[in-house]
Design a protein around this ligand. Structure first.
Ligand code: ASP
Ligand code: MG
Length: 466
């Protein structure tokens, strides 16, 4: 069994869905479970409808919803079997009626609670999966729609629900094995799940990849395929470096560092369930299915390349706490970090000296509260508009002198915090946001001017995306 996950652009319209079917058709013998995202831009569109409804602009919300509906009906009409068209249309109409009812509720309450937000946004995947399942049947393949919600049990932390693996795993396994009966191709949703009492949840924006890994791990899949609109994991963002090349094989550890530090191909926690079970993941381009993509495996073959890829993340805030009470004190850091915990704010990078601690944050929703509480520890300084740059490669572990090569290649860029990650396979540092593009270009030139053909491949798509 394999899991084939198709992202928003890979199901964006009838043409994309036909492409998806021709890709799945070549792998029917591997018993695929197809997991889909919402049709491109639908999730944003639905959330915009919810926002408008909360602002009292229900007519605008409904008009927006009408145009989303038209797009879905249009694809459904082109793809479903003639005898199924009417019943598919009815099913979709019912979904849109439900969304309209939820929008009315939001409008009356004048606010989008997280629960109502999920009740709206989960529909993107429900709609797209219904259409894709029907499209399979339209193409002569027995597609069966599987509602993942009763299987993928989560807690009730709406909009970013955590999966309850003990409950979810056996359900997913039983549910999909039943659905796979004979030659069936189950088609299900990424991104969504439900609580014990049946409320619809979502697991965080971009969460469909994570869903694919969860399903793959639960059924012990032979492989998880992430079909997207880029050729695989690239050496860096091609919008900044046109010569960015595709990385052919990368280890779980390297890929998760990259995802965490901003590479847009994978959701940060995506790989964890797959990694735990050592299931290989590959990232492929649904527009260019003949391209091999990037294989993410437990142990990547030894490579001559020092650096596999450069990721970066803008919008980083640095908080510095200076206090001489830190000197010789124990328990200081524990109390300090308890502040972040209390305000549910993850810290990405930390640097300490005897009398100060610097921390970087990506999520600044509770920044004011964090700062207020930190005041009792010492002097607090905040720097915004920073960017984190991260170089990843297993070889970084064994290469003395590399740091000097990294920093001399960007010697005129001001670097404020450096961390040679605990995992030792990444070197990360902070620069001002305004310097990030220049620094990434210089670093890419330094490390990827000569490409090891066994590790990298120049791809036309990387160029086109630039
Ligand atoms: N449709 C969801 C989103 O846009 C999940 C996903 O595409 O992965 O966030
Ligand atoms: Mg996506």
């Amino acid at each position: 069994m394999i899991v084939m996950k198709f992202g928003g652009t890979s199901v964006e319209d009838a043409t994309a869905i036909r492409r998806l079917i021709s890709i799945v058709r070549t792998q029917l013998h591997r018993r695929p479970i197809v997991t889909v995202s919402a049709m491109g831009k639908t999730t944003n569109g639905l959330l915009e409808c919810a926002r408008l409804a909360a602002a009292g602009e229900i007519e605008t919300a409904n008009r927006k919803l009408e145009s989303l509906a038209a797009h879905h009906f249009n694809a459904a009409d082109q793809l479903a079997l003639p005898i199924e068209k009417e019943s598919l249309r009815d099913t979709l109409v019912k979904r849109f009626d439900e969304i309209r009812a939820t929008l009315r509720e939001i409008n009356a309450a004048r606010q989008v609670t997280p629960r109502l937000s999920d009740a709206v946004s989960a529909n993107g995947e429900l709609l797209s999966s219904l259409i894709v399942a029907a499209a399979f049947r339209g193409a002569g393949i027995p597609g069966v729609w599987v509602d993942v919600r009763p299987l993928l049990r989560t807690n009730n932390d709406f909009t970013r629900a955590a999966v309850q693996f003990d409950e979810a795993n056996p359900r997913l396994k039983a549910g999909f094995i039943e659905a796979l009966d004979g030659t069936n191709v189950p088609v299900t949703q990424g991104f969504i799940g439900s609580t014990a009492d049946g409320a619809t949840t979502t697991i965080g924006r971009g969460g469909s990849d994570h869903s694919a890994a969860i399903i793959g791990a639960a059924i012990d899949a032979d492989e998880i395929q992430i079909w997207t609109d880029v050729d695989g994991i690239l050496t860096t963002d091609p919008r900044i470096v046109a010569e960015a090349a595709k990385v052919k094989t990368i280890s779980f550890a390297e890929a998760s560092e990259l995802a965490y530090f901003g590479a847009r191909v994978l959701h940060p926690s995506t790989l964890l369930p797959a990694m735990a079970r050592e299931i290989p993941v590959c990232v492929r381009n649904s527009r260019r299915p003949r391209v091999e993509g990037t294989a993410i495996v437990r142990n990547a073959p030894p490579s001559r390349a020092l650096v596999k890829a450069i990721a970066f993340k803008r919008g980083i805030t640095i908080i510095n706490v200076a206090s001489d009470r830190m000197l010789m004190a124990h328990g200081f850091l524990a109390r300090l970090f308890a502040v972040f915990d209390r305000h549910e704010t993850p810290v990405d990078m930390v640097a300490t000296s005897e009398v100060s601690v610097s921390m970087t944050l990506d999520d600044t929703r509770n920044l004011d509260k964090v700062i207020a509480d930190l005041q009792s520890f010492g002097e607090v300084a905040v720097e915004r508009d920073q960017a984190l740059i991260c170089l990843v490669g297993e070889k970084l572990k064994y290469t003395p002198g590399l740091a000097s090569r990294i920093f001399s290649s960007i010697e005129d860029v001001n670097v404020s915090m450096i961390s040679h990650g605990a995992s030792a396979i990444n070197v990360s540092f902070i620069v001002a946001s305004s310097d990030v593009e220049r620094a990434v270009k210089l670093l890419h030139r330094e490390f990827f001017s000569e490409l090891d053909a066994e590790t990298f491949e120049i791809t036309a798509a990387a160029q086109a995306a630039a």
